[in-house]
Design a protein around this ligand. Structure first.
Ligand SMILES: [Zn+2]
Length: 321
């Protein structure tokens, strides 16, 4: 200890471009030199979700300048979808694929499946204790930890461990209710590796407050894993007392039944009780056509990026309890 971790920035090859340029996957490694667990941070799987990259940069800065890492290793793919990032697109622009629906990928598959396979194989090889995948959500949304539905195969203990890690972030912990089989965290857990997603506010731009929250939550996890000198376990995010230690279920219901303009009556972070009006939908002449009410007690995670509504459109996302 005291000598500082060795930090390396390198690349894995993705493909050769039409101009013969090599497209690469940036890869960051910090090795404390002392025995300990492997933690992975991954980001920008959706090209327009840029905040996670900055959280990773800040953690590596702290490792280099403040000797944050004292045991184990931290690995990172800060930019999993460089093609989407450069073109402001969630998807891999060339093939229009959503990279986070393609894991574990296939070395002989589509472009997206090949990229997914390069990522997945590299992560698996290091036998990580935990993989945190950093994402962003609607423009108006609060940070939360998202746990995928339980895989059918794999060790059940992994689910409990994943939940413990997610609670340590200090954010609301939300269990997904839609079964997305091929996300990175779902596929890792099916391979007995604890993994969850952090959804940290808006896409497209860096939200500094959410960067602070994200860095602190990663530090909490590193401390829990024994990778740092256990100092602080601050939860800077103002989690309402009644939500501490709770797992909430994700819901974007009820959806609207009317075409019109939405006026939001609740904001992200509010707790709405069953029956509370959370949005009104108005027609072009200003007449209220629909009042949307919460169907149970819930935490408002965020509201849609648009105030245009059509029948069947999600208006708000909730963590229900
Ligand atoms: Zn995402």
């Amino acid at each position: 200890m005291g000598t500082g971790a060795s930090v390396k920035f390198t690349f894995l090859k993705l493909l050769t471009g039409s101009d013969l340029s090599i497209r690469r996957l940036p890869f960051m490694v910090a090795d404390s030199g002392a025995e300990g667990p492997v933690l992975w941070l991954t980001a920008c799987c959706h090209g327009d979700e840029v905040g996670g990259m900055v959280i990773i940069q800040e953690i590596f800065k702290k490792i280099r300048k403040n000797n944050l890492l004292t045991a184990g290793s931290l690995y990172s793919f800060p930019l999993m979808n460089p093609i989407g990032f450069e073109t402001g697109s969630r998807r891999i622009t060339f093939s229009r694929e959503d990279l986070n629906r393609l894991f574990p990928g296939d070395p002989r598959g589509t472009l997206g499946e090949r990229i997914a396979n390069t990522i997945f194989t590299a992560i698996l090889k290091t036998k990580p204790a935990l993989v945190i995948d950093l994402h962003n959500d609607w423009i108006k949304s609060i940070p939360y930890a998202l746990i995928d539905t339980e895989p059918e195969s794999g060790d059940l203990k992994i689910h409990a461990t994943t939940t413990e890690f997610a609670l340590e972030t200090g954010f609301p912990v939300i269990r997904d209710t839609e079964r997305l089989q091929c996300t990175l965290p779902f596929t890792l857990r099916a391979n007995d590796i604890p993994s969850f997603t952090l959804e940290l506010g808006e896409s497209y731009i860096v939200n500094e407050k959410n960067i602070e929250y994200g860095v602190q939550s990663v530090e909490n996890i590193m401390s829990m894993l024994g990778m740092t000198i256990p100092a602080k376990n601050e939860h800077p995010y103002p989690l309402p007392g009644i939500l501490r230690g709770k797992i909430l279920d994700y819901s974007s219901k009820p959806s609207s039944s009317t075409t019109g303009i939405v006026r939001f009556l609740s904001k992200p972070g509010d707790i709405v009780r069953e029956g509370k009006a959370f949005a009104g939908i108005y027609n072009v002449f200003g007449k209220r056509r629909e009042t949307m009410r919460s169907t149970c007690d819930a935490l408002v995670l965020g509201h849609n990026d648009t105030s245009v509504s059509f029948p069947g459109m999600p208006v708000m996302a909730f963590g229900t309890f």
